[in-house]
Design a protein around this ligand. Structure first.
Ligand SMILES: [Zn+2]
Length: 414
């Protein structure tokens, strides 16, 4: 073999190994960590050394990148906290488990047509282009039931769409549903799109209330989860001078900004340089402010955990105004869900049930808008599939949430 051929072969090997190394989540591990009461996991999250994948139950599931494996291990051992390695190489695990990924890589994202996507898909998660196609379609075909408008643009210039489902009689009451703020929580926009579909086709449940739904609040992050990293959470802000991208949009609202969040751009809970620094949260805020006096319910759809969380998230010491009503209406929701499909959801305080976190939609809506009923809803499941929830859940999950929301709307307007 000539020297040149050897050199060329070496170059090819280097490029190939680079490509393998660049695969997101390569050599990231997934651990189950005991003692959920410990704040060590929270400190490591804020420091950008791990990502918390599951908050509920008696343990935490965390993703640990290769560069912080030793530090996280030492911190847990020093605190006497047991842990168990569940997945040794997350990238390999995702490749094996990611059926949807294989389909999306071979699919043409813009292939949605009148005949192939007349409604939100039941058996697949929709790409952002497909979501936009559906929203444009209903805006044209059901003008007396819905108006769809853009409330602003994302960091990368994508539209943030707001669907306004029109009541059949004049109303001074409004409901706000936000979905998709965290990119990897795919069940959230899928359910939101089905709720829009339900509300257009079944006019009685929301006949006397204006319903506003943002089905995809973080379109850049969502597109990134389809193309590059299925577990991406934040938006796609390039943080000047930092090696990590993205702001956690659910830590960027102006409510006790910075408490239980991180000022480290590499943290999954990076709050951003200032409250409302991001165009996505600004757009949501401005649209909500216009409805301020009429809003009676704000619901932010996330996943996963099957929990309905009520404020405050920023403090365990302070009690939210109307806490008992929040719990009572929460139980109306969970009972309706259980009656629909048998799925169990729990009503919990956000800070006590999960962890202290500020700058979220729910706390801001309660504090700045004084909306009475404010919740973050963690959808299916309880961790078996987590963010990779199989699309076979879309229909049943949407159905149970539809039943829950209609019962809540009925109850608070009784
Ligand atoms: Zn979330």
């Amino acid at each position: 073999m000539s020297v040149w051929r050897v050199l060329r072969w070496l170059m090819v090997m280097i490029v190939m190994s680079d490509a393998i190394m660049c695969l997101p989540n390569t050599r990231h591990q997934v651990w189950r960590v005991g003692s959920r009461g410990s704040n060590v996991v929270q400190q490591l999250l804020v420091a950008g050394m791990l990502d918390v994948l599951n908050h509920s139950g008696s343990s935490r599931t965390v993703r640990v990148p290769p560069e912080s494996l030793t530090e996280v291990k030492d911190a847990l051992q020093d605190a006497g906290i047991p842990y168990q390695v569940l997945i040794h190489d997350l990238a390999a695990h995702l490749q094996a488990a990611d059926e949807e990924g294989r389909e999306r890589r071979s699919a043409d994202n813009s292939s949605c047509t009148v005949s192939s996507c007349p409604a939100p898909l039941n058996t697949h998660y929709m790409t952002f282009s497909q979501m936009e196609w559906y929203l444009r379609d209903v805006n044209t075909s059901s003008p007396t039931r819905i108006t769809v408008s853009s409330i602003g643009k994302s960091v990368e210039g994508r539209n943030i769409w707001l669907a306004h489902i029109l009541p059949s009689q004049p109303s001074d009451k409004a409901v706000w549903l936000e979905a998709g703020l965290h990119a990897r929580e795919w069940i959230s926009p899928a359910v939101a799109l089905h709720l829009i579909h339900h509300m257009i086709t079944n006019t009685s449940a929301t006949s006397s209330v204006d319903v506003f739904i943002v089905p995809m609040a973080n379109p850049d992050g969502y597109v990134y989860t389809w193309i590059t990293d299925r577990l991406w959470r934040k938006n796609r802000r390039v943080n000047g001078g930092a090696r990590c991208d993205g702001v956690d949009l659910n830590r960027n609202w102006d409510s006790h900004f910075g408490v239980g969040a991180s000022n480290n751009p590499c943290s999954e809970v990076y709050q951003g340089p200032s409250a409302f620094s991001e165009p996505e949260t600004k757009a949501l805020r401005d649209a909500m402010l216009k409805l301020k006096d009429n809003l009676e319910l704000v619901l932010a759809l996330h996943s996963y955990g099957q929990d309905l969380l009520y404020p405050w998230g920023w403090s365990t010491g302070e009690e939210a105004p109307g806490k008992h009503d929040l719990i009572a209406i929460g139980q109306v929701f969970t009972q309706a869900v259980k009656n629909a499909t048998g799925t169990e959801y729990a009503v919990k305080n956000a800070a006590e049930g999960y962890y202290v976190a500020s700058g979220a939609t729910d706390d801001w809506a309660m504090e700045a808008l004084h909306t009475k009923y404010v919740y973050t809803l963690e959808l299916r499941d309880q961790g078996r599939q987590g963010f990779l929830l199989e699309p076979a859940n879309i229909l049943a999950c949407s159905e149970e949430i539809w039943q829950g929301i209609t019962q809540v709307i009925k109850k608070i307007n009784a």
